[in-house]
Structure formats: structure tokens, C-alpha cells
Design a protein around this ligand. Structure first.
Ligand SMILES: [Zn+2]
Length: 140
């Protein structure tokens, strides 16, 4: 008799640029770059502001509040680690700060997911050092 082990889920490997984002998520904070010259938020992290071209930046905590901009339900198994999860959702959330990020909706059956629903960030550990921002329905 053999024992089958679940394949490991792929996890992001933070680099020098993205480390503050993942360290924030690990600590339960949604951290994003913000331009020091014009105040525009940046995601993903990058050297230069899209709006004013400044390279001056800081990391700041975002509200974690947003609305569901779009989503799909995945029925295909693209990675064996997710075989038990299908169908699972892949969502684009528009944050109150105007940033859109790709994520998953959690604590909500797929049938109840709808575009425009208010959502709130939660943080799901995927390894000892990395957590990912996910979003659950906002509780009024
Ligand atoms: Zn700027």
C-alpha cells in the first residue's frame, strides 16, 4: 500500500521589489506602493509612477476594501495541487484606492459571487513566509 501525498501548491517567491507587499500580507496588512510626488497608488510594485513619472515612492497600508470588478470560475485543472478545488474562482478586485488586483473570493459560495459586490481583504498563508491577499464579502 502506498500513500499519496498532495502536490505542493506553487507559492510566490518575494524578490527585493515585492518583499514589502508579501511581508505586509504575512502581517495581515495590504501594503501598496504610493507615489510621494502625486499620491497615486502603484500595483504591481515598480520604479516609476504611471501618472507623473516620479521615482519617489513609499509603501503604505491600503484599506483592504474594494468591489468585485470581474471573475471567472475555473473548471479545468491547470495544476495538480488545485485538482480538489475545481471549480474555483479567480477574481479581479478593484480596491478603494483604484488599484485592481487578481485574487480569489473566499468565505462565499461561487453561486453567490457577483460583480459589484463589496469585499474586504483577508490573508491566507501559503507557506511559512508568504501569505496572499484574498477577499471575502464585506460585512455591512
Ligand atoms: Zn506620481
Amino acid at each position: 500500500m502506498t500513500t499519496q501525498t498532495e502536490p505542493a501548491r506553487p507559492a510566490p517567491v518575494p524578490d527585493e521589489v515585492s518583499a514589502p507587499y508579501f511581508e505586509g500580507a504575512r502581517d495581515g496588512k495590504l501594503m501598496l506602493m504610493r507615489c510621494l510626488a502625486c499620491g497615486a497608488w502603484r500595483f504591481p510594485a515598480r520604479d516609476r509612477c504611471d501618472r507623473c513619472w516620479s521615482t519617489e515612492t513609499e509603501w503604505a497600508q491600503a484599506s483592504g476594501e474594494g468591489t468585485l470588478f470581474s471573475f471567472v470560475l475555473m473548471h479545468q485543472v491547470y495544476h495538480p495541487a488545485f485538482a480538489r478545488e475545481v471549480p474555483y474562482n479567480v477574481a479581479v478586485v478593484e480596491l478603494a484606492e483604484g488599484i485592481r488586483l487578481t485574487t480569489n473570493i473566499v468565505d462565499c459560495p461561487n453561486e453567490a459571487i457577483h460583480i459589484g459586490m463589496p469585499v474586504q481583504a483577508v490573508f491566507e498563508p501559503v507557506s511559512d513566509t508568504v501569505a496572499l491577499p484574498k477577499f471575502r464579502p464585506a460585512r455591512g
